[in-house]
Design a protein around this ligand. Structure first.
Ligand code: AMP
Ligand code: ZN
Length: 113
């Protein structure tokens, strides 16, 4: 997608701080972190949100395999973390390339805590 911020990050037009990559998935630090650790996991194939990605279930599996590998290699899994994906206006989606926020590094507020 020509006009997609995260496609531009994928092709190097816009800089990012990589934390994980493989042939299908790329992950980088969120520019406006909402927790002491805040990463965004994206697929190299453009889809606009998780419902759109659900037409390509292998992409969902690849993303969650990447999150699993990444969090097991750091202290995130042991200490706990949260995965969030926002969809459209009420969900607060601002970038329309499917992404999964991975948050951790401290006790997280909300969702019952
Ligand atoms: P969402 O609101 O769920 O669509 O999330 C978009 C996220 O992208 C926000 O948390 C932003 O802080 C983050 N973001 C926007 N631009 C960049 C960028 N150039 N590099 C890293 N993160 C970004
Ligand atoms: Zn894109």
């Amino acid at each position: 997608m020509d006009d997609c911020l995260f496609c531009k990050i994928l092709n190097g037009e816009i800089p990012s701080t990589k934390v994980f990559e493989n042939e299908n998935v790329y992950a980088f630090k969120d520019i406006n972190p909402m927790a002491s650790e805040h990463y965004l996991f994206i697929h190299r194939e453009h889809t606009k949100n998780v419902n759109d990605m659900s037409s390509h279930p292998e992409q969902l599996a690849q993303i969650f395999q990447a999150i699993s590998l990444f969090t097991q290699e750091s202290s995130l899994e042991e200490n706990g973390f949260r995965v969030v994906t926002n969809v459209n206006r009420n969900g607060g989606q601002t970038v329309f390339h499917t992404h999964f926020h991975v948050l951790g590094g401290e006790p997280l507020k909300g969702f019952g805590s």
